[in-house]
Design a binder for this molecule. Structure first.
Ligand SMILES: Cc1cc2nc3c(=O)[nH]c(=O)nc-3n(C[C@H](O)[C@H](O)[C@H](O)COP(=O)(O)OP(=O)(O)OC[C@H]3O[C@@H](n4cnc5c(N)ncnc54)[C@H](O)[C@@H]3O)c2cc1C
Length: 494
């Protein structure tokens, strides 16, 4: 397998083969460890290996010198520290230059190195007219697939849990021993131990390359948008979703957003007068959404589901069943049929004509659910800023405060609604807005992704957001049996 030769980083601490040095005269850029919350975790040096073999040399060298290290693939684990390490360490290993991509259509797989981003794999498939896709996350297009998988990430679409799509791995353990579980077939389960899980959070070593499952672009797809108005029965809607997901009536993740989140994504700013009056604010949100062509998403809760089909008759029967069931509880439901030709056309130009009957306000979610990276939901990080330049977003640089609370729970509606309502109270008490998505990600598991968004340019806001985050975690840990499955790296000492 041949990978393109990468150029070595100018601010890397590493030298040539076999003589890696960590030169104090080559200071790290202060921007490198910018984060979306207040932490002092940092590394003294940065090294950016250019190949698997180079990385092995680096690890052996670090071990012989007794230096500690942390690792990132693209280091955009926003809300969890970005490139900042879990705890301060000597060296940051940044896998940015590991850019190899190869696709084996006969096996329906991509062989990708750790630094490959969503955008790069997407561009590769489009450039080579490969009629396969992979699913994309709400994170920036420039985030890696491997780092996201190692952080427990998930993408939108059918079977979007990234880790589950990894067939085999190649890399190096912390002690310098190399591993390579790649085989000629697509088995994940041969005689040897399944070591994929060892590397979550970069704990026992570093993955340099994975074999990753791709899926053929379906002939037909149906993407449905729905909204639940404040007086409608959200619990029954959620019960239907639980049933649909458990019985595979809906194949994709079922995403439900609250109105704040839809509003933030679509405006990137909020009106000052609203901040102290959440009830009035909500009324304004509903009005804004319906006045701006987002009527299908103008309720208290709104969301998306998607299914893939090969046959039109099966599509019609299944979709009629879904719509009839949901219309017992809601009035806002709109479905779009997306053909393979639509997807191939939009892949060439994401600004191109949308599928028949689709509205412009649906473009973002149609792209996301059909595997096209664009802006993700990054613009909501500018919520407290009052403005956003959609073509130049950089949360760390612009001092957007962003913290995540990622929860995994059993998908019962009562359980979920109680948690949401209690978390809302905690966040509103901190005079922040509750932003979240409930995702029916697997038949037996839902996620709640809770975002605390603030402005780091406002003095004291770091402390308020940190306290709010800690109150949320403490509520979850003391009062529920829900797992916090991704955690913020340590806040700085004040
Ligand atoms: C607005 C917004 C929306 C987001 N939406 C989503 C979403 O929809 N889904 C989602 O999953 N996340 C989401 N995120 C969170 C985050 O941005 C992503 O998880 C991102 O994809 C991870 O960044 P990365 O690939 O650069 O990982 P990195 O920061 O490089 O790494 C993540 C972790 O994995 C470890 N690691 C990285 N590479 C390796 C390796 N090669 N070997 C071993 N360990 C390694 C690192 O030590 C680190 O702990 C979102 C964030 C924001 C701000």
């Amino acid at each position: 397998m041949k990978f393109p030769k990468s150029q070595f980083s100018t601010n890397a601490a590493s030298g040539s083969k076999g003589s890696t040095s960590y030169d104090k005269r080559n200071p790290i850029s202060s921007k490198y460890f910018q984060t979306t919350y207040n932490t002092e975790n940092t590394c003294a040096y940065i090294v950016r290996p250019t190949s698997h073999d180079h990385l092995v040399e680096v690890i052996n060298d670090l071990n012989s010198k007794g230096l500690t290290y942390s690792v990132v693939s693209t280091g955009a684990n926003l809300g969890y520290g970005g490139k900042a390490p879990l705890a301060s360490s000597d060296v940051l290993i940044d896998l940015f230059f590991l850019k190899g991509i190869e696709v084996d259509e006969s096996r329906s797989v991509a062989i990708i190195e750790a630094g490959v981003t969503q955008q790069e794999l997407f561009d590769y498939l489009v450039k080579h007219d490969i009629e396969y896709w992979f699913h994309v996350t709400g994170a920036p297009a420039e985030t890696s697939i491997v780092g996201n998988a190692m952080a427990g990430g998930y993408a939108n679409g059918v079977n979007g849990i990234r880790y589950d799509k990894i067939i085999s791995v190649k890399g190096v353990f912390n002690d310098g021993t190399e591993f390579d579980t790649h085989r000629g077939s697509n088995t994940k389960y041969d005689d040897s131990p399944d070591i994929r899980g060892c590397f979550k959070g970069g704990e026992h070593g570093i993955i340099t390359e994975v074999i990753y499952e791709l899926d053929p672009i379906p002939e037909l797809m149906q993407i449905s948008f729905f909204s639940v108005d404040p007086h409608e029965d959200i619990a029954s809607v959620m019960d239907s979703f639980e049933y649909f997901r458990k019985h595979n009536v809906v194949q994709s993740n079922i995403s439900i957003f609250n109105s704040y989140r839809i509003y933030a994504e679509n405006t990137g700013h909020c009106s000052e007068k609203i901040l102290n009056n959440q009830l009035a604010f909500k009324q304004e949100i509903y009005k804004y959404l319906s006045d701006n062509g987002l009527d299908f998403w103008s309720g208290e809760y709104s969301g998306v589901i998607a299914n893939n089909y090969t046959d039109k008759e099966v599509l019609e029967v299944t979709e009629r069943y879904i719509e009839n069931k949901l219309r017992k509880y809601i009035t806002k439901f709109k479905s779009i049929e997306v053909t393979k030709e639509d997807i191939l056309r939009l892949r060439k130009n994401t600004e191109a004509r949308l599928p028949e009957n689709a509205l412009e306000g649906m473009r973002g979610r149609i792209l996301t659910f059909t595997g096209m990276p664009k802006y993700g939901s990054v613009s909501m990080g500018y919520w407290r800023k009052g403005h956003v330049d959609i073509n130049d977003m950089n949360l760390e640089r612009d001092k957007c405060g962003f913290l995540w609370l990622a929860l995994s729970l059993n998908p019962q509606s009562g359980n979920c609604l109680e948690i949401i309502q209690n978390l809302e109270k905690i966040v509103i008490e901190s005079n922040l807005e509750p932003f979240y998505v409930v995702d029916y990600i697997r038949p037996h598991e839902s996620y709640i992704m809770w975002s605390i968004i603030y402005d780091r340019e406002n003095k004291d806001d770091d402390a308020i957001a940190e306290q709010c985050y800690n109150n949320c975690v403490s509520y979850i840990e003391t009062n529920t049996d829900v797992s916090v499955y991704r955690k913020v790296r340590s806040f700085s000492k004040r």
